[in-house]
Write a protein that binds this ligand. Structure first.
Ligand code: UDP
Length: 460
């Protein structure tokens, strides 16, 4: 561990799996560079403090009721959190800033900045009033970050015309303002878009532009070059793309759920590149009939698999009791169904040959940095654009156009694992992986960006 540099960084992650993990990975990087870290967090989805003994954790009340905690409407959850956490966060931060002056010379520490998530919108004016630089941590791909602020405008201009396109060949056209998204993908995003979200997006845009800088923890020039130049031009604040941050500390994921420890020993017994890993991340939910389609697709592919079905992820069911016993018997012989997996370790295992994924950006980048080709089954939001990058720009995966359907899943697994088409995809993925891995090594673009970030926050 590096000697203390006398600077403390305050972090405030949104209480969502996809936000806590990257924030704590950044915390580990900064700790290794001599910074002290305080993480202020909500009671809801509190990170596991015991896994991070060097970090100081401070809990604030969030005022969420049990019903609110169970909502699947992320915009609603974020709106409520922003209302209910403002005063407790302000009190906590103010106290920290006031106690920032130890009498003992060696213990003197200065709070250099606040790093929080894009979704916290009250923190920018607060940080400004306290004269504290605020950096916005982003877990999206840079292109989605930059383009999604156009959604309110696209909804006004395109939603109705797009609805008329459902059966039209134009639905496959690329949306000029949002490449490589197709019009049919945009329709799926806009279907879920509301006016509440519009105003929330506008506030996030304003507070990002007013911040002291944007930190992209899972992007680098190699994955996002054009979007990065454009974002630098549009936002006029320093932008740091420090690369897949988990590459700096492999296997250090901060999971809210307990990963099934039997996955790796089971993978040890499988042949190289033979196993399909299937997971739709921490937030997607599916219907019972979609559960059955995946089950049959995996069964009929006849390939070994690890399939993550989160508790509560099948609407109206406890877990996988909807799968008939006869099919379950076959599935048990062929693979493993688990409630949560040590995903980064699984993807890193030589037995894995492909990843059936919802294309959340963390999962997508973890797959790229382990060189695992993907079968893309995006559900909503940024997943739709990420999936197009994977299947059409980098061509390192196959896209399930008809969403979740057993024959399509079976066909895609066979194409990827057993056919020459799969070999070509694997070769392209290997090249992309090498580029991304080089990026986080000394002199790589992500590594240099991290150095700039560290110099920058040390200067406050
Ligand atoms: N993850 C995991 N085990 C699982 C499923 C997911 O550790 O069984 C982790 C995965 O490694 C990734 C995160 O959960 O870091 C999911 O983030 P992503 O952005 O892919 O999707 P989201 O959950 O935000 O939809």
């Amino acid at each position: 561990m590096e000697k203390s540099n006398g600077l403390r960084v305050i972090m405030f992650p949104l209480p969502l799996q996809g936000c806590i993990n990257p924030m704590l990975q950044l915390a580990k990087i900064l700790l290794s560079r001599g910074f002290s870290i305080t993480v202020i967090h909500t009671r809801y989805n509190a990170p596991k403090a015991s896994s991070h003994p060097l970090v100081t954790f401070l809990e604030i009340p969030d005022g969420l009721s049990e019903i609110e905690k169970r909502t699947r409407d992320v915009t609603l959850l974020l709106t409520i959190l922003n209302q209910r956490c403002e005063s407790s966060f302000r009190d906590c931060l103010t106290k920290l800033l006031q106690s920032d002056d130890s009498e003992i010379e060696e213990e003197k520490q200065r709070i250099s900045c606040l790093i929080d998530d894009l979704g916290w919108i009250f923190t920018q004016p607060l940080a400004k009033s306290l004269n504290l630089p605020r950096f916005v941590l982003n877990t999206y791909k840079v292109s989605f970050f930059k383009d999604h602020f156009l959604l309110p405008q696209l909804r006004r201009e395109m939603y109705l015309p797009l609805q008329g396109l459902i059966t039209n060949s134009e639905q496959d056209d690329i949306v000029e303002e949002f490449p490589p998204l197709r019009k049919k993908d945009l329709l799926r995003i806009l279907d879920a878009e509301t006016e509440v979200l519009d105003s929330y997006l506008n506030m996030m845009l304003e507070t990002s532009k007013a911040s002291s800088g944007l930190i992209f923890v899972s992007s680098c020039e190699e994955l996002d070059q054009d979007s990065l130049s454009q974002a630098r031009h549009d936002f006029q604040v320093p932008i740091f793309a420090i690369g897949p941050s988990h590459c700096y500390f492999p296997g250090s994921s901060s999971s809210l759920f307990t990963p099934d420890a039997t996955c790796i020993p089971w993978l040890e017994k499988q042949e190289d590149k033979s196993v399909i890993y299937a997971s739709f991340g921490s937030a997607v939910t599916i219907s019972e009939s979609e559960l059955l389609e995946v089950a049959w697709g995996l069964r009929n592919s006849d390939q070994p698999f690890i399939w993550v079905v989160r508790i509560g992820s099948v609407n109206g069911a406890k877990w996988i009791e909807g799968i008939p016993e006869e099919l379950m018997e076959k599935l048990r012989e062929q693979g493993k169904i688990v409630k949560w997996a040590p995903q980064q370790e699984v993807l890193n295992h030589q037995a894995i040959g492909g990843f059936l994924t919802h294309n959340g950006w963390n999962s997508t980048v973890e797959s790229v940095s382990e060189g695992v080709p993907m079968i893309c089954s995006p559900f909503y939001w940024d997943q739709l654009q990420n999936a197009r990058f994977v299947s059409e720009v980098w061509r390192v995966g196959l896209h399930l156009e008809n969403r979740i359907e057993r024959n399509e899943i079976e066909r895609a697994i066979k194409r990827l694992l057993l056919e020459t088409e799969g070999e070509a995809i694997r070769e392209r993925m290997e090249l992309l992986k090498e580029k991304v891995r080089r990026s986080v090594k000394p002199n790589g673009s992500a590594y240099r960006s991290l150095e700039h970030l560290i110099d920058h926050i040390s200067s406050f």
